[in-house]
Design a protein around this ligand. Structure first.
Ligand SMILES: [Zn+2]
Length: 295
């Protein structure tokens, strides 16, 4: 479980120039499990001089900053996910920004630890052989289509309020359950499963735009919502759609009804989240986004 340690680093600029803004950078958590998301907030005490470019570098990838419209004054935020497959150990999270043509660096030590995920041991081989050549092609096509979506980042943020949950129900399978085959990690549970009878209304967790609403091989009837700035939420195994691709949705709006379509053993909702291309724990992500709204 993530400790809600707030690490506040407010370093004075090393330069003697008084014309530069005082910049403080805050990291939500100095300890992160694989599959969790960190929030960075960069606050400048005045509008000028302009900060031309800000990004965070973590575990070999760069993450963009965006203006935080929910904060007072001049603030920027970045969501930095730790991949589920990232190896545990000490990391450095570096924030880079350019002010008056000068590059500034802030460095945070981050401890990446292995989440306390449960293990599901598979006794029988996944029946890959039973999937026809035609279906394998379909699966590959659907995977490419999804990755194309997740690689796109809409500059505008649609989110206006803390994230809701897609329904009020018991969680039956948490994100991150390890699926071991002969002791080797083959896959993991990439979302959160909620108990939901067929026909249960499923709600959008935030404002956004529907980018996919179709039947897919594994996920069944699937809805993907783009919330902007690299944030996507996904709702799988639906029995009915209540939205179409391209449609704008509001937080709380019914987007479909729960069901048992796709590769499932019974009706439930599989809810998942992608941020900056990385699949993350939806429940921990919801709590992380809450921090954006804290003054
Ligand atoms: Zn699931």
């Amino acid at each position: 479980m993530s400790r809600s340690v707030l690490l506040f680093l407010s370093a004075l600029l090393l330069t003697l120039s008084v014309a530069e803004a005082k910049v403080s950078v805050m990291l939500s958590d100095a300890e992160v499990a694989n599959g969790q998301t960190m929030l960075l907030r960069l606050h400048a005490d005045r509008e000028e001089p302009r900060i031309e470019r800000i990004y965070a570098a973590f575990d070999g990838k760069r993450y963009p900053f965006y203006r935080n419209r929910f904060a007072k004054g001049r603030e920027f935020y970045a969501l930095v996910p730790a991949s589920y497959y990232a190896k545990p150990g000490a990391r450095k999270l570096v924030v880079v920004y350019i002010e008056k043509g000068r590059k500034h660096y802030r460095s945070f030590p981050v401890e990446l630890y292995e989440g306390d995920y449960e293990t599901e041991k598979l006794r029988v081989a996944p029946s890959r052989a039973k999937i026809s050549a035609k279906n394998r092609k379909r699966i590959a096509r659907e995977r490419r289509e999804a990755l194309r979506i997740y690689r796109t980042s809409t500059p505008k943020l649609y989110i206006k309020a803390p994230l809701d949950l897609p329904l009020k129900s018991k969680i039956t399978s948490r994100f991150g359950n390890k699926r071991l085959f002969n002791g080797v990690l083959k896959s993991y549970h990439s979302g959160t499963d909620f108990r939901a009878k067929t026909g249960t209304p499923i709600h959008a967790v935030a404002n956004g735009r529907v980018v996919l609403a179709k039947n897919r091989f594994f996920a069944g009837n699937s809805v993907i919502i783009d919330h902007g700035q690299g944030i996507y939420t996904c709702y799988y195994h639906l029995s009915r759609f209540r939205v179409k691709p391209g449609e704008r949705v509001k937080r709380g709006e019914v987007i479909g009804l729960a069901g048992a379509t796709g590769r499932v053993t019974g009706p439930h909702l599989h809810y998942s989240v992608r941020v900056n291309g990385v699949q993350v724990d939806p429940i921990q992500f919801t709590r992380t986004v809450d921090l954006l709204f804290q003054k």
